[in-house]
Design a protein around this ligand. Structure first.
Ligand SMILES: Cc1ncc(COP(=O)(O)O)c(C=O)c1O
Length: 381
């Protein structure tokens, strides 16, 4: 039925299909207007603390209640986590070679060296065996990334962390709401980063969060994000701090989005189910697989395609039918600042990059549109 509607309008769907666009509406408007009316639009205001507390109690673990410190972005959250651990020149940090550049650049910000490892061919997440192979005396942190919302093998990663006494900083920027053995991603590491960029599971326009069970660290992070200002002494700064605070305006948006998180997760998981059922039996398509007892947030539903057509060619044909897609992240060692690494070591990453595709996953879409994507993609390949 949907394709009939589509053909009536000359090949494009009547309602735009979105890859990862933000879903903001009346509740967000209400909270934003209230914030503007209060005049507390900047770095002071009650919504910042409210948002942090809600976030922390949502993620609260059995061991301890998490503490959340809001930031300007996921990138600044990762930067601060590395900084707080005292990582610097001469230190090495292990990261997967497939991720967004923002996982890696903060390692450079603190003057340390990223050590890239290949990913598992099925889950596309950092391969724990590869992590262990790359540990040296200089390794000071491991940053697993729950790629596209799919939880990493945290049992193995945490046991490596304990064995070698190397802290883990989870990059949970894409995996809010995802669980590994019943526990939320972003609650395993010593300090973990979330992102509220416009295309993420919830958005504050731009923003992030660091989550930790270590209250002392949280307190210090709160101080650091605010120019390391000792408020009791006025404008007095005892350390070199950062301006990495979230604003009250952003936190208002965050509060509204957070109320809608169950709706967003439910939609993303439903879309993933439609894709999986729709492509069942299609031997040209494989999905990013999950580890046992995990639940992905399905930030972006992602597949690998075996076809005589290249991924850009498939993308072009989908685009003509009104379907936006995105390629898998380019392996980081392709980029000029990171070219001294040997590409040959990352065969799984390159294979995923060559064949992988992110499918429309925005919660602005509806189920009919996702079924249309299945139908069109099946005929294109
Ligand atoms: C894997 C990964 N790490 C880090 C970030 C950085 O987050 P932000 O854009 O909020 O700085 C993002 C998202 O953009 C991401 O996808």
């Amino acid at each position: 039925m949907y394709s009939l509607m589509v053909s009536t309008f000359g090949g494009g769907p009547t309602k735009e299909i979105f890859l990862d666009a933000a879903n903001v509406g009346e509740l967000e408007k209400k909270y934003l207007c209230e914030c503007i009316d209060s005049t507390y639009v900047s770095s002071v205001g009650e919504n910042i603390g409210k948002f942090e507390n809600k976030f922390a109690s949502y993620l609260g673990t059995k061991r301890a209640v998490s503490t959340a410190v809001s930031t300007q972005s996921g990138t600044s959250a990762l930067h601060l986590a590395l900084y707080e651990l005292g990582i610097g020149p001469g230190d090495e940090v292990i990261v997967p070679v497939i991720t967004f550049i923002a996982t890696v650049n903060p390692i450079k910000y603190v003057g340390a060296t990223p050590v890239f490892v290949d990913v598992d061919p099925d889950t596309w997440n950092v391969d724990p065996n590869e992590i262990e192979k790359h540990i040296t005396k200089r390794t000071k942190a491991i940053i697993p990334v729950h790629l596209y919302g799919n939880p990493c093998n945290m049992d193995k990663i945490m046991s490596i962390s304990e064995k070698y006494n190397i802290p883990v900083i989870e990059d949970a920027t894409e995996s809010l709401g995802a669980t590994y053995k019943g526990k939320f991603t972003g609650t395993f590491g010593i300090m973990n980063a979330f992102s509220f960029n416009g295309n993420k599971i919830i958005t504050t326009g731009g923003g992030g969060m660091i989550v930790t069970d270590d209250e002392k660290k949280a307190e210090h992070l709160k101080f650091l994000v605010s120019q390391a200002r000792d408020v009791s002494r006025g404008y007095y700064h005892t350390e070199v701090g950062f301006n990495y605070r979230m604003t009250n305006l952003e936190a208002s948006l965050g509060l509204a989005q957070f109320e809608r998180l169950p709706e967003f997760l439910n939609k993303k998981r439903t879309f993933a189910k439609i894709y999986k059922e729709g492509f069942k039996g299609n031997d040209k398509i494989t999905f990013q697989e999950s580890y046992e007892d995990t639940q992905s947030s399905y930030w972006l539903s992602s597949i690998k395609i075996e076809s005589s057509k290249s991924i850009p060619q498939i993308q072009e044909e989908l685009k003509e039918k009104g379907i936006p897609t995105r390629r898998i992240f380019v392996p980081i060692v392709e980029f000029p600042p990171y070219r001294e690494y040997k590409k040959e070591e990352y065969t799984n990453a390159y294979e995923i990059y060559e064949k992988g595709l992110n499918l429309p996953s925005s919660t602005l879409n509806d189920e009919e549109q996702i079924e249309y994507v299945v139908e069109v993609l099946s005929s294109v390949i």
